[in-house]
Design a protein around this ligand. Structure first.
Ligand SMILES: [Zn+2]
Length: 163
């Protein structure tokens, strides 16, 4: 069975080590902090799941869904990331290979932000879930671009606009 398209496009479950604003580029950090403060104030606080990524993390994420599980988990171990399961390796989670095509996460100009479930844990609901739009609108208000708007939507992803 082919992976579910929406989940595939969502970068479902992507969690990397740094979610600290302090690790982001300063202008991006400022906008992220503004957006997070507004969401908290509205009682819509979510979870930052990926901020600045090392090259190793991006390379490991690109391998997911494209390489055999053993290869993917060896790359993840090199990047100090937890191993994933065969089921998780059915999904691709990024189109940026980290080398010739870099992600804005690598330059500290992007953040992934997802809603919380009832227990306060990060969750990745379907694209139609209204919480994605609430989050996107706040990050846009803070001056960022939302992956929710992309033709190939990436709802958790928010990045500094290219000037
Ligand atoms: Zn992202």
């Amino acid at each position: 069975m082919l992976p579910d398209t929406e989940e595939q496009l969502f970068g479902r479950g992507v969690v990397t080590k740094s979610t600290n604003s302090a690790d982001l580029d300063p202008e991006t950090a400022r906008m992220v902090d503004v957006a997070c403060a507004i969401l908290k104030e509205r009682g819509k606080e979510g979870v930052k799941t990926s901020g600045r990524r090392t090259d190793q993390e991006q390379i490991a994420l690109f391998a997911q869904g494209r390489k055999p599980l053993g290869v993917v988990n060896a790359l993840r171990a090199k990047a100090n990331m937890r191993p994933i399961s065969e089921a998780e390796n059915k999904y691709t989670v990024t189109d940026c290979n980290g080398v010739t095509k870099k992600s804005k996460h690598q330059s500290g100009e992007a953040i992934d932000y997802v809603p919380k479930d009832k227990n306060g844990n990060p969750c990745w609901p379907p694209k139609s879930d209204p919480r994605w739009m609430e989050i996107a609108e706040v990050f846009e208000l803070a001056g960022m671009e939302s992956g929710l708007r992309w033709r190939k939507a990436d709802p958790p992803h928010h990045q500094r606009r290219t000037v």
